[in-house]
Design a protein around this ligand. Structure first.
Ligand code: ZN
Length: 176
């Protein structure tokens, strides 16, 4: 059973019992926290999830999230794209205590009233996968932006700028 439209909410127990597979695209602009961390929230993420009940009767989902996101290059401060490909292996749990009993190969996702908000789950996975720092590939930086970025970065420019009062003082001296 394949749904090509992603649901807003889902019941992991029901999906696992019916071995449901869902897949589709979500716009990056629906993720507020992620959007704030990106240079641009244009684009989307492709989500694929297959649900089942495992041998220990856990409700689980395996699948992937794929997306190309724009983040700020730390060298020239212009956007650079980063490809994210996240493998998912999720165990759905009732609470934090229940999560502690999950084997290490599952990431816990806590259900609220038996349901999970798909966008919240996908957003958390994308945030965790974002690189802490990103750069354009070698020599891929925007040269103009690079010059600007480096000149503002390490500039003890107090010494370079003439002090307006000292100019005034000079003028006064010359007048006299
Ligand atoms: Zn760059």
């Amino acid at each position: 059973m394949l749904n090509d439209t992603l649901p807003k909410y889902f019941d992991p127990r029901k999906n696992a019992a019916h071995e449901v597979t869902i897949e589709g695209r979500m716009l990056l602009s629906v993720f507020p926290e992620l959007s704030a961390a990106l240079a641009s929230n244009e684009g989307d993420a492709f989500v694929h999830l297959s649900f089942r009940v495992d041998e220990d009767r856990r409700y689980i989902a395996t699948g992937s999230i794929k997306s190309t996101v724009q983040v700020e290059c730390q060298r020239c401060l212009e956007p650079t794209s980063v490809e994210l490909e996240i493998d998912l292996s999720i165990g759905f749990v009732y609470d934090e205590d229940h999560a502690k009993n999950l084997p290490g190969d599952y990431d816990p996702v806590v259900m609220t009233d038996g349901e999970v908000v798909l966008a919240d789950m996908v957003e958390q996975e994308l945030l965790l996968a974002l690189p802490i720092v990103a750069y354009h590939p070698e020599s891929g930086c925007n040269p103009v932006a690079l010059k600007y970025a480096s000149s503002t970065d390490d500039a003890p420019d107090d010494e370079i700028k003439p002090n307006p009062f000292s100019i005034l003082a000079d003028l006064k001296v010359k007048k006299n």
